[in-house]
Design a protein. Structure first.
Length: 756
């Protein structure tokens, strides 16, 4: 009895087949329902040409798969993604019969204008011939037909799609009445769109977005346009294709006046309020002023940027000042002091220092004398870059190499026979023609070495080619009686000449490399002394490699070092826990042994200057205690913990703010000395930060006499700089683009090497 009441055994394979059958039937019914609605005008256009098909197993007639069948060419596709199938088969013109479809009920209504090919889908610069004019573009034809008459069905013609004029004489008649020629097609398309809107006033041409989504999208687009700071012209908003993009996305067009009007004002006020709030919250700050030294790309106009460096490591933008080129030291001093007053108000002691890329000897020095609590520095980046100018002026090697290279480059560039011979070997060796960079006669190479460096780079890149050229018979014949040619030949064949060129080139490359690192890492002043020691070490290796006397080289470096040096370098180096060194007893002590006697005195004098007379003795006693006891080993090791930067691969301090925080917590017994340390440790050694692009400067130059225009440009710079500094992005877009193109060149070179 128990056996008769028990449920029958169900085969698992049968159960799986039953579930699969139900799923396929359900999928097929859903697709049929969607297609039926679409044909009635409530769905996608492509369902007029795609038909769901249920494939059955011939052995048992059970559903096997659901497919999509093209009604134009009978091709069968997977039904997993109808939209993608339509894009790949119909829109891209893969269907062979799509370009020849006709209206099944053509006699009921006139031929749609959209069946005439639109020039917007043919990006040919030349006009096509009249014979080709009636030929339809598949993607556009289907789209337009479905848009005008979504309820109609279409059938392919049997004849070849190559002769649509003969197949459809009414199409030729429509073309013949276009008195304006192909230029009328755009107007006809607009007319058709108007008819469509009148016929279906509630139909939406693009995806429907909520008001919140539209507002959010417009806000993001506005942010991007303003933060691009002129790189993207606001005139792009009026570009037809940009308007078409907005329409496709269901977004309204944005007037340019709206961007530069209320939206810019709103963004500026928001950024300004955020900057002021951050500065108010900080106990002290440093002002960085950059742009005094630079000449802008649009002539004498330049922009001076004022930024505020805060103790927590962040930098906020303060203002941009457009000048008429170089200004006097007195004017710079007044502008800097006005900026300090604007930020501080009555509490000037909140500004603990100023750093600028110029005017250290006068303006910054005068302000430091007037306000004894300030530490005013010159930009470390400018100091390193100035070394190239110093060596170019004072080391005879640079002058000799420049003169010899100018002889070679000018000779090759002015002698057509020599240039042709050079290019012949250049193509054979390096696959390209050669034009040397030669400095302009108006260029003062003693102040600007960049053109000379480019020339040296060119010469070194084709040294082997030049040596082959001077041995070529055609070169010897062309220069047989030319004394300059003989001199150039002897230079090219002289190994010492190439050694000297390489020496100068490598030195400039080394300095530029260190300058790029300084600009990218923006070191604090405690790192200044280690940076100069690193430079001296590299220069010593350079002298040994190229057999150059060290004494004159060291004198040039020492001269530049003294021009840039500030006593705060030594004091910050001693007070910064990052540079504590472990002695034989396990203590972590400040590196006084690395200082000279003069630098030790600088530490004492600076500490005394930054405290009151009553606190001077206490500060001196605490400094002695700091020298002998240092920091607790565990805290010292915690401050100095490093981790690898995922972007650069270099080891960097894991928690940069810890060097300041230990003075506020575990070193609280050094009350007076801690005040000095907290005012020094966070100071930056470079003034570089946000870089204005040439695009915004061109805009400023064109509106230099308009108060409103300059005001809007200043607001745009402020908003863009604030956004970039908030992201902690100090990179240059131009450098990024150049790096991207160089990467592309490298990839192409690798591909070419793979084929050789």
């Amino acid at each position: 009895m128990a056996s008769t009441n028990s449920p029958p055994n169900i085969d698992s394979s049968e159960l799986t087949e039953d579930l699969a059958t139900k799923a396929l039937n359900k999928r097929y019914e859903c697709l049929v329902t969607v297609r039926t609605k679409a044909i009635k005008g409530k769905g996608a256009w492509y369902w007029a040409h795609l038909e769901p098909v249920l494939i059955r197993n011939p052995s048992n007639s059970l559903p096997k798969a659901v497919k999509l069948k093209c009604s134009l060419c009978d091709s069968v596709f997977s039904a997993s993604n109808p939209s993608r199938t339509a894009s790949e088969h119909l829109k891209r013109g893969t269907c062979p019969n799509l370009s020849s479809i006709s209206l099944s009920n053509a006699s009921a209504s006139p031929l749609p204008i959209s069946s005439i090919p639109s020039p917007t889908f043919h990006n040919h610069k030349k006009r096509s011939s009249p014979m080709n004019a009636p030929i339809l573009t598949a993607s556009y034809q289907v789209h337009s037909l479905a848009m005008i008459e979504p309820t109609r069905s279409y059938a392919p013609l049997i004849s070849s799609p190559r002769t649509p004029v003969a197949q459809n004489p009414r199409l030729s008649q429509h073309q013949l009445v276009l008195s304006g020629g192909k230029d009328d097609l755009g107007a006809l398309e607009m007319l058709e769109n108007s008819v469509k809107k009148l016929k279906s006033p509630h139909a939406s041409p693009g995806p429907r977005l909520s008001k919140e989504q539209i507002d959010s999208a417009i806000e993001l687009l506005t942010d991007w346009l303003i933060e691009s700071c002129g790189s993207v012209s606001l005139s792009c908003l009026e570009h037809p294709k940009f308007k078409a993009l907005l329409s496709q996305l269901g977004l309204p067009s944005i007037p340019r006046t709206d961007i530069l009007g209320a939206r810019l004002d709103s963004k500026f006020e928001e950024a300004k309020a955020d900057s002021e709030a951050r500065i108010r919250d900080a106990a002290s700050f440093q002002i960085a002023s950059d742009g005094w030294k630079n000449k802008n790309c649009c002539g004498e106009e330049s922009v001076v940027k004022f930024m505020v460096n805060l103790p927590n490591g962040t930098t906020v933008f303060q203002k941009a000042l457009f000048t008429g080129g170089l200004v006097s030291s007195k004017y710079a001093e007044e502008v800097i002091l006005d900026t300090v007053n604007e930020i501080c108000g009555s509490d000037l002691q909140k500004c603990v220092g100023i750093i600028a890329d110029k005017y250290k000897a006068k303006a910054l020095r005068n302000l430091e004398i007037k306000y004894h609590w300030m530490v005013n520095l010159s930009c470390q980046l400018q100091g390193f870059i100035s070394l190239i100018k110093d060596f170019n002026k004072e080391l005879p090697l640079f002058r000799v190499v420049t003169e010899n290279c100018l002889k070679v480059a000018n000779f090759v560039s002015t002698k057509s026979q020599v240039r042709n011979c050079l290019n012949k070997y250049k193509v054979q060796e390096l696959e390209g023609h050669l034009l040397f960079h030669v400095p302009s006669p108006n260029c003062d190479t003693s102040k600007n070495f960049s053109p000379v460096y480019a020339m040296l780079d060119d010469l070194l890149s084709c040294a082997h080619v030049l040596q082959m050229v001077v041995l070529d018979e055609s070169y010897k014949l062309a220069c047989m009686e030319d004394s300059l040619a003989t001199e150039v030949s002897s230079l090219i064949q002289n190994e010492r000449f190439w050694d000297e060129v390489e020496a100068v080139h490598s030195f400039v490359k080394m300095i530029r490399g260190m300058a790029r690192e300084i600009e990218a890492e923006r070191p604090l002043i405690g790192q200044c002394l280690p940076l100069w020691e690193e430079l001296r070490s590299k220069v010593k290796e350079w002298c040994a490699k190229y057999s150059i006397a060290e004494e004159p080289v060291e004198k040039i470096i020492e001269k530049r070092f003294r021009k840039n040096y500030h006593p705060a370098w030594s004091a910050a180096f001693i007070l910064d826990p990052l540079y504590l060194r472990r002695d034989i007893n396990g203590k972590y002590l400040p590196p006084f042994k690395c200082l000279s006697q003069e630098q030790e005195k600088d530490v004492d004098s600076l500490v005394n200057r930054l405290v009151s007379r009553e606190e001077a003795h206490v500060a001196f006693m605490e400094l002695m205690k700091w020298r002998s006891e240092g920091l607790d080993p565990l805290y010292a090791q915690a401050v100095q913990v490093k981790q690898r930067d995922p972007l650069t691969g270099k080891m960097k301090i894991a928690n940069p703010q810890s060097r300041r925080l230990v003075w506020e917590t575990c070193l609280s017994e050094f009350k007076t000395l801690a005040k000095v340390a907290l005012r020094l440790i966070f100071l930056h050694s470079t003034s570089c930060g946000y870089k204005c692009k040439c695009s915004i400067m061109n805009l400023v130059c064109s509106h230099r006499h308009s108060r409103v225009g300059l005001e809007k440009a200043q607001k745009m710079v402020f908003v863009a700089a604030h956004a970039k500094l908030e992201r902690g992005d100090f990179s240059n877009e131009g450098d990024k683009d150049a790096e991207l193109f160089s990467m592309a060149d490298g990839e192409n070179d690798m591909l070419n090497e793979g084929w050789i």
